[in-house]
Design a binder for this molecule. Structure first.
Ligand code: ZN
Length: 136
């Protein structure tokens, strides 16, 4: 039994490869089989060329902070123990934006463009969540 008290996702057929990758400590993204553009969040249609087909590619997990917010109030009781925490929007090297908690950086030390990399935190027996940490 996990001590994790926050919310966890309900994987779907569309998102299962993403969550399987996280459980293996790999960040995988959909890549359009037609034009090659990466997609995130997982979805059935490419937003560039409307092709349905995609493959899953392991990516670096490196990116730069696009924006962030510091949560001082829990939006769910399960997150109360983590307060305050940082939610960051990160521009990944592959050209997509991803949201996750940013760890190991004091809020006053965060800046737009800060290099970060993905890390993995086991939430439950079934779910591993991505987080970002300062790169290097
Ligand atoms: Zn495409």
């Amino acid at each position: 039994m996990s001590d994790y008290a926050g919310l966890t996702p309900q994987p779907t057929a569309e998102t299962q490869p993403y969550w399987d990758g996280l459980n293996d400590h790999k960040l995988r993204l959909q890549r359009c089989a037609d034009c090659g553009k990466f997609r995130h969040y997982p979805r059935p249609v490419c937003d560039a060329c409307y092709a349905m087909e995609a493959t899953w590619r392991q990516v670096s997990g490196r990116g730069r902070v696009h924006s962030w917010t510091v949560a001082h109030h829990p939006f769910h009781p399960g997150f109360k123990a983590e307060l305050p925490y940082v939610l960051a929007t990160v521009d990944l090297e592959e050209g997509v934006r991803m949201i996750a908690q940013l760890r190991s950086v004091a809020p006053e030390a965060i800046a737009i463009g800060l290099p970060v990399e993905v890390a993995f935190e086991r939430a439950t027996d079934e779910v591993t969540l991505p987080v970002f940490r300062k790169a290097g």
